[in-house]
Design a binder for this molecule. Structure first.
Ligand code: 3HC
Length: 300
């Protein structure tokens, strides 16, 4: 289905409590954003207590950093911290109006998460995926109420990047889209409506850029990491950007795009080895300088 434009604002449902599935880095950034902008309780869940505690601690630490910069007074610090909670079950999500998931980029994992969430929440609760490339239609296909599933794709760093992609699945209804747009406005993001197509808008463009960068390096040309401006094409050097996104996400994005458009996307064998070796990217810090990681070069 082609997006037909912004939905009717009057159909938006209020969001007074938010559930987040996953307590990793993206999930923690989302929790902070929702607490700051919506000022509503946010419950984070993950598979074990250690991950939950780490996620909640990360949000608390980010709140403290904002306070140290003079951006939050003590009253807000206390209030925001009190709004964040964590759990290993989804029981606390029974009364939320919006759940956003930021778990591993694997269709079966996402489908499993939504099945578990659907068993707990009300039929109107909006289920939003922060997937960067997977199909919203397929993700919703096994649910009793697929019409309340939508994509809300945020960019890293979540606090700073202005864009929010709202992805409509084939069965996503107007009230769900209206709620997604209303939430985007409350979060002070620029919301754009996207059809459910591989990697949506930004990651499809970025994927091409990243896959060609990897192709150049694979062909033996090192890319100058010191070129911060990179001819104005990117706000940071491309492989530093890949480190920010995470090489596993970048690889996954390129694999999905190469599967959909084999003639246009390149999957770098070196990038695959970087991910398998658990590296954070192509570059590393040596004596305060960013340099091509010799261990990654050895992997090529
Ligand atoms: N968290 C929170 N705030 C951050 C931050 C972070 N990780 N990194 C930077 N900031 C804030 C700083 O506090 C600063 O805020 P202030 O001006 O209010 O003090 C502001 O961002 C600018 O930071 P700096 O001056 O330190 O540095 P830069 O001007 O170089 O900006 C940047 C840093 C915003 C990260 C910029 O380099 C940038 O835009 N990089 C590109 C990021 C990008 O393209 N992201 C999209 C990746 S794709 C994606 O996420 C999709 C996924 O599905 C793969």
């Amino acid at each position: 289905r082609k997006p037909a434009g912004a939905p009717d604002k009057s159909l938006a449902r209020p969001v007074t409590k938010v559930g987040i599935v996953g307590a990793g880095l993206m999930a923690s950034q989302l929790a902070l954003l929702f607490v700051r902008r919506l000022e509503v309780p946010v419950i984070m869940t993950d598979l074990d207590q250690e991950r939950v505690d780490k996620g909640v601690a990360h949000v608390h630490a980010e709140i403290d950093k904002l306070a140290a910069k003079g951006r939050l007074d003590q009253d807000r610090v206390n209030r925001y911290k009190a709004l964040i909670s964590g759990d290993t079950t989804k029981a606390g999500m029974a009364d939320v109006e919006l759940v956003i998931e930021a778990v591993f980029e694997e269709m079966s994992v996402k489908q499993q998460v939504w099945a578990e969430v659907e068993a707990v929440v009300s039929p109107e609760c909006v289920l939003a995926s922060n997937t960067s490339s997977l199909s919203i239609t397929q993700m919703a296909s096994r649910l009793e109420h697929p019409e309340r599933v939508v994509g809300l794709h945020f960019f890293n760093p979540v606090a700073v990047m202005p864009l929010l992609e709202v992805i409509t699945g084939e069965r996503t209804d107007e009230a769900t889209l209206a709620t997604a747009f209303a939430v985007g406005r409350q979060l002070k993001k620029t919301t754009v409506l996207c059809a459910d197509s591989p990697s949506f808008i930004v990651n499809r463009l970025l994927g091409r850029f990243m896959s060609d960068m990897a192709r150049i390096v694979d062909a033996g040309t090192p890319i100058d990491v010191a070129d911060q401006g990179f001819a104005g094409i990117a706000p940071m050097p491309p492989f530093v950007l890949m480190g920010l996104v995470g090489p596993a996400i970048a690889l996954h994005n390129n694999e999905s795009l190469a599967a959909a458009f084999p003639d246009r996307f390149y999957v770098s064998p070196a990038l695959r080895r970087v991910v398998e070796a658990g590296k954070r990217g192509y570059y590393t810090q040596v004596e305060g300088r960013t340099v091509l990681d010799p261990e990654v070069l050895a992997l090529q």
